[in-house]
Design a protein around this ligand. Structure first.
Ligand SMILES: O=C(CO)[C@H](O)[C@H](O)COP(=O)(O)O
Ligand SMILES: [Fe+2]
Length: 226
């Protein structure tokens, strides 16, 4: 397979008491992006971190910060996460009535814009925003928690999105990344990459076993997909 596959450890599974060191450890262990899960206890049934923590973490890794906003409303917080040092800001299509406006806000901050789809959401939610996005994030668990099991029905969605992305970008020089988040292990990684994914979020699969295991865990994901 010639597609470049990027590994994005989700710091949701890191040791929150040592987040700065954890970022340095996964950076040295070969990660490509740092995936930051932001949850509000409203759009999803869990609460994690805000822009102040993203800002505090920024000096601990030179890798792109891939910030997954599971919050509603999202528009009032886009500038704060941009200023804090996010590189990619991904919002949920289900989080508000004005996805196009939200994507314009992200672009106005000079950041890459992503859209995430929950497992029950159809790809048609993206029909009129393809010109405005740099990344599509397919949730392969219901958002809110790490350590859940991969939902197999999403493989068909990933395949259909890969076809659509190829059509949208053909001859344009644009790149739209297809990211998969939730229950990614070496076994499921192979299936999602075969289906068309090029960014793998991995929380549990990266952080299990503690810092000594991170390089081995990331290598196991890479080996599974090449
Ligand atoms: O967005 C998320 C949850 O809403 C996380 O990124 C995701 O669950 C990663 O954790 P794991 O790899 O353990 O499934
Ligand atoms: Fe995530």
């Amino acid at each position: 397979m010639t597609r470049i596959v990027r590994i994005a450890p989700s710091i949701l599974s890191a040791d929150f008491a040592r987040l700065g060191e954890e970022l340095q450890a996964v950076t040295e262990a070969g990660a490509d992006f740092i995936h930051v899960d932001v949850m509000d206890g409203h759009f999803v049934p869990n609460i994690t971190i805000g822009p102040a923590v993203v800002k505090a973490l920024r000096p601990h890794s030179a890798l792109p910060f891939d910030v997954h906003l599971m919050i509603a409303p999202v528009d009032p917080y886009v500038a704060g996460f941009a200023d804090a040092g996010s590189d990619i800001i991904t919002v949920h299509a289900e989080a508000g009535a004005h996805l196009h406006r939200t994507l314009q806000l992200v672009k106005a901050q000079g950041k890459k814009a992503g859209v995430s789809l929950n497992p029950a959401s159809p790809i048609e939610l993206l029909d009129y925003v393809w010109d405005d996005i740099d990344l599509v994030l397919v949730m392969t668990v219901n958002p809110g928690f790490g350590g859940q099991s991969f939902i197999d029905s999403q493989l068909d969605k990933i395949r259909r999105l890969r076809e659509r992305i190829e059509r949208e970008t053909a001859g344009t020089g644009r790149q739209i990344l297809l990211e998969v988040d939730g229950g990614v292990t070496p076994e499921t990684a192979r299936k999602v990459v075969m289906a068309g994914a090029d960014v793998l979020v991995a929380g549990t699969a990266t952080f299990k076993g503690g810092p000594e295991a991170y390089a081995r865990n990331i290598a196991a994901l890479r080996d599974a997909v090449c």
